[in-house]
Design a protein around this ligand. Structure first.
Ligand code: ATP
Ligand code: MG
Length: 240
């Protein structure tokens, strides 16, 4: 579904993505691990075309990434992204946050969009908050709304960049639970996270990045029990 071939990116002299080859199959859950600055966020952002790259190719469903205009808006709808910061529209209600994209990008009627939005808000457990504004919700609730908002676009895949790292500990699990459920339902997901429990439970494959390279790829059991590179051993030693 998502195929990266020989993708390279620099920020000035810094080579942040080095010859990245990565294929994510439909329904697969890939967890991306690696030290700070290794290029995890840049990788996600490149897939959603929030970041350009100099060489290589990225295709979604066999189609190269569109560069601009309506096609780019559709790409961002097809590949939903959830960030560390919740990025909800502060001056719109929760319901409006979730219905805006489907109405504008997918051409849904207001009634259709609202019906679907309530279903999704119910699924992530925040339907009671539909008429409130983001600032009136907890961080965990806001992040669940952000997930519902992406799902409202009927994405083919979802990218998560450290979706729980800005949350208080007691709210982390409520967000991870929603993500785990999505994974079980067969959503194609790329998840950057430091939550190793989630990686073990939900990942089909773990990718370890260091200095802009993919150093290891393995099923979680294998990666956690038998990392092959010194970098990965060192990384796991620090976090486990
Ligand atoms: P973290 O775990 O801290 O989120 P990361 O693996 O997500 O790290 P990236 O954010 O992808 O790392 O950054 C990779 C490298 O690129 C870092 O050295 C970072 O400083 C640099 N970088 C990221 N964005 C920019 C930018 N807009 N301009 C210049 N350098 C950048
Ligand atoms: Mg990052």
């Amino acid at each position: 579904l998502i195929v990266l071939t020989g993708v390279n990116k620099h920020f000035g002299d810094l080579h942040v993505l080095r010859d990245i080859d990565l294929t994510v199959a439909k329904g697969e859950v890939v967890v991306v691990l690696g030290p700070s600055g290794s290029g995890k966020s840049t990788l996600c952002r490149a897939i959603n075309r929030l970041e350009t790259y100099e060489s290589g190719s990225i295709t979604i469903d066999g189609m190269p990434l569109p560069e601009e205009g309506a096609a780019l808006a559709r790409l961002r709808a097809d590949v939903g992204m959830v960030f560390q910061a919740f990025n909800l529209f502060a001056h719109k209600t929760i319901l409006q946050n979730v219905t805006l994209g489907p109405i504008k990008v997918r051409g849904r009627s207001k009634a259709q969009a609202e019906k679907r939005a309530i279903e999704l808000l119910t699924r992530v457990g925040v339907e009671q908050q539909a008429h409130k504004y983001p600032a009136q919700l907890s961080g965990g609730q806001q992040q669940r709304v952000a997930i519902a908002r992406s799902l409202a676009m009927e994405p083919k895949a979802m990218l998560f960049d450290e979706p729980t790292s800005a949350l208080d500990p007691e709210m982390i699990n409520e967000v991870l639970d929603v993500m785990g459920q999505l994974a079980q339902e067969g959503m194609t997901m790329i998840v950057v996270t430091h939550e190793m429990g989630f990686a073990r439970r939900a990942a089909d494959r773990v990718i370890f990045m260091s200095d802009g390279q993919v150093l290891e790829q393995a099923p979680p059991e294998e990666f956690f029990n038998h990392p092959t590179t010194e970098r990965a051993k060192d990384f796991l030693g620090k976090i486990l």
